[in-house]
Design a protein around this ligand. Sequence first.
Ligand code: AMP
Length: 284
Amino acid sequence: MEILRTASSVRGFVESRRSAGETIGFVPTMGAFHEGHLTLMRRAKGECGRCVVSLFVNPTQFRPGEDFDRYPRDLETDSGLAESAGVDALFVPSVEEIYPDGPAVTVRVDELGDRWEGARRPGHFDGVATVCAKLFNIVPADRAYFGQKDFQQLKVIQRLVAALHVPTEIVTVPTVRESDGLAMSSRNTYLNDDERLAAPVIKRALQAAKARFHSGERSSEEIIQAAREVLADEDIVSEDYLDIADSESLEPLTLIERRAVILVAARVGPTRLLDNVLLECDGR
Ligand code: AMP
């Protein structure tokens, strides 16, 4: 596995492989790899033959006071894990490499990026969209792999790629979970033992809501109530938002008549965790 630090070196790597007829899969990440990241990497490698991963803790998607400084960083462990997943090149740029002009150029995805996470973390998705637009230009991949875990981010990226005519296909990978249901996240490392024990209530709440939906309930309020009742089981877990939205526009729905998503952000102690499940109207 090659570790590349500059945009020109990773672009050269990708272009030489592509001109030899190879297909390139790309996985953008912020590191602190867990099984969720490794699943994306293995899938990219399996489907494309070549896998390029970027590891960049992007400062522009963190707000002042958020966890940018303490976000877990361990390149040695991460590069070992990436290599074991079959990654061919790990792109580890500096902030200056990605933002040579500082924050002079920003990509904004209106509406979709303003709701839910965007409302709680203003500017967050501008940072995400900007860095992904840059990365898609630096790494001209055939396919880029994103987790369903960050559902709103996925929708923002899909919209960005369509609007900017990025010729990379976006592939969605289902959320990878711990055996107790907790969605894997680099931020799970912030949880102490009590918080870690309590955190799976988030997934149980989503399951309760989904069961209510499958029993025929179509009122969002009723379904959300079923989730809230379960979430209340754990004192140290509190809702930031828990709502049901159209799975494409992410507009809130009061009645579920088309494919929808339950989006949740919850605080477990001081740590904020995200999760979601899809509600398919064809009964799945
Ligand atoms: P991050 O390093 O947290 O920015 O995540 C990099 C990519 O991995 C994003 O596309 C995430 O959605 C994806 N990802 C993170 N956690 C999971 C998970 N538990 N299951 C599937 N994909 C994930």
